[in-house]
Design a protein around this ligand. Structure first.
Ligand SMILES: [Zn+2]
Length: 358
């Protein structure tokens, strides 16, 4: 009898295991310094009604404004508020008591990304010009697992991502600002994109390419090479916000949403990715409220407030999360590892996975 029970139990366990690990691929999209408020509340009248931030923006106002918050947020991010809310989990609506915060005390970009991908807050990582990150991240951990070698890639608008993910240590493909995608079998589209990025205006004047380049270079690589883990790092939202251009910030978010939509359509149209890929949308830090919206950092209240949007074959479709819980950004790395059936270990402690995401 004991043997029979054991066999039944093991076969049940195996089935449960099989059911919980449909995810074979993960795509992470990071939106630098994009606030939870715009995701869950849409365009913010506290900012937009101040002509200092939004002069002459009638066209954008027609496009993104509605008095009803549910209509307004869906105008800004239609993919998030149709496909993602229907099929995934959206964490971080503080109006419902669902809290997401960074664990670190800095509230800016390098520390935020480091915490996200290392699953760890290292107080020594305290500058955007910090050299190569000494902390191991979940991307390079996955890249060492059987079947994943050379299949973990990143495309970033900002060059610091190469140091944050430390490609000098792990040798992964991390394509950043001004770098061409190399290879013997580039498609015509890839060749064109390599040229195009150099002919694009340097809008922000500080060594960052527009996200549209980062996205299409990454997408073209996916179509040709089918990497299993892809990290897109977008920066337009943060850059427009620092410049105090609220309408452009909203427009960048809207276009990121359109790229998320295109990405998901692609994933679900390619048999390699279809129904076995989980998408996560994250950020590195929040920003202030009202007149402090342009800025972030530990001196700016609320700049530690973030969110997590995710959708995939293992993630129960709970939609907009309204349970009163608190999650932290250092929990994402282990959550990503477990989606793929791995347990992330590194040269530092790792935050616990988020419960209920698979
Ligand atoms: Zn940032």
């Amino acid at each position: 009898m004991r043997t029979l029970f054991a066999v039944v139990f093991l076969s049940m366990a195996f089935q449960v295991g099989a059911q919980t690990h449909k995810t074979k691929n993960v795509v992470v999209v990071l939106m630098d310094g994009y606030r939870w408020k715009e995701i869950f509340q849409g365009a913010d009248s506290m900012i937009w009604d101040n002509r200092k931030w939004a002069p002459q923006d009638t066209g954008f106002r027609n496009q993104y404004w509605a008095d009803d918050v549910h209509v307004r947020r869906a105008k800004l991010m239609p993919f998030v508020w149709s496909t993602m809310v229907k099929n995934g989990q959206l964490y971080g609506n503080r109006d419902l008591g669902n809290l997401v915060n960074v664990r670190n005390n800095y509230w800016f970009s390098y520390p935020g990304r480091s915490e996200t991908f290392c699953g760890y807050y290292d107080s020594l990582v305290n500058s955007n010009s910090y050299p190569d990150n000494p902390n191991e991240n979940v991307l390079e951990f996955i890249n060492k697992q059987p079947g994943y070698q050379g299949k973990v890639v990143s495309f970033a608008s900002w060059d610091a991502v190469a140091r944050i993910i430390n490609r000098d240590r792990n040798g992964m493909l991390i394509n950043i600002y001004d770098e061409d995608v190399k290879g013997d079998h580039l498609t015509p589209v890839q060749n064109e994109l390599n040229v195009m990025q150099h002919n694009m205006p340097d809008v922000f004047g500080k060594g960052e390419r527009l996200d549209v380049m980062t996205f299409y270079m990454g997408k073209a690589y996916m179509q040709q090479n089918h990497p299993k883990v892809v990290y897109f790092d977008f920066g337009d939202t943060d850059d427009w916000a620092h410049m105090g251009k609220y309408a452009m910030y909203l427009d960048a978010a809207h276009k990121s949403d359109a790229m998320l939509s295109e990405l998901w359509s692609y994933l679900q149209s390619d048999p390699f990715y279809k129904d076995q890929t989980t998408l996560l949308v994250v950020c590195d830090h929040g920003r202030g409220y009202v007149d402090k919206w342009t800025s972030h950092g530990s001196a700016i209240p609320h700049a530690d407030e973030t969110y997590l949007l995710m959708m995939g074959p293992d993630t129960p479709a709970k939609g907009e999360m309204n349970n009163q819980t608190q999650i932290y950004q250092d929990q994402y790395a282990q959550t990503i590892a477990e989606l793929l059936g791995f347990h992330f270990t590194a040269n530092h402690p790792v935050g616990k996975p988020i419960q209920g995401t698979k």
